[in-house]
Design a protein around this ligand. Structure first.
Ligand code: TYD
Length: 205
């Protein structure tokens, strides 16, 4: 099983991801958590370039390919081997982020981003992606003052990010679940567990 937690910045998805992973473990599953970009050494290096507040010029297409490079390494080095070993993988972000942040909000063609992702992941898709949704103002308040390179883009960009996620979720209703992140931690977690349950019941063995 491969689950992804994605969506707007500041929506609390990492907290929910950790609670979900703990719950899966109490059900006897062997769970690996990972972050995209991150988890591998190459991913950490790409993450520093992508999120660091530096003055290096990065074209949007370069940015997209750098996220894809980190993802390719993550898939080949961590996710695919974990799935092959029968583990359950829970990943913080994946393809929807690139389609939305660099595609919808970054003015690259979302369909082209999907195509590049197909190459980067050799077609590996999650069983279910939770898309955390929150209005731009609340998300911005939760983020606070200190911002990384991506988080420093203005509210127009983040409105496009939010709209892009919702549009993609509509396009892929069978493999996504929009999570209203304005609720309290417990009820959001309960919704996530309920959505995952049918998949967990279906899994072989
Ligand atoms: P995240 O790990 O959620 O950030 P944090 O550790 O600060 O919570 O995500 C990193 C940032 O990178 C986030 O702003 C979304 C952005 N991002 C993209 O723009 N494209 C991508 O393909 C991915 C995976 C992330």
């Amino acid at each position: 099983m491969f689950f992804v937690f994605d969506g707007v910045d500041g929506a609390g998805k990492s907290t929910q991801l950790n609670l979900f992973a703990d719950w899966l473990r109490t059900r006897g599953l062997d769970v690996d958590c990972c972050s995209d970009p991150g988890t591998t050494e190459l991913g950490h290096q790409m993450r520093k370039l992508l999120l660091g507040n530096h003055a290096i010029e990065i074209h949007m297409r370069s940015e997209m390919l750098m996220f894809m490079t980190a993802r390719c390494q993550l898939v080949e080095q961590k996710i695919r081997p974990a799935l092959a070993a029968g583990k359950t993988v829970v990943c913080d972000r994946y393809v929807f982020s690139t389609v939305v942040y660099q595609g919808h909000a970054g003015n690259l063609d979302p369909d082209e981003v999907w195509q590049v992702n197909q190459v980067a992941t050799a077609g590996l898709m999650p069983d279910l992606t939770f898309i955390f949704d929150l209005d731009v103002e609340s998300a911005s308040q939760r983020l606070g003052e200190s911002r990384d390179r991506m988080e420093s883009r203005g509210s127009d960009y983040f409105q496009q990010v939010r709209d892009g996620f919702l549009e993609e979720a509509k396009r892929w209703p069978d493999v996504t679940r929009v999570i209203d992140a304005s609720g309290d931690i417990e009820s959001i977690q309960a919704t996530i567990r309920q959505a995952a349950e049918p998949l967990l019941e279906k899994r072989p063995g």
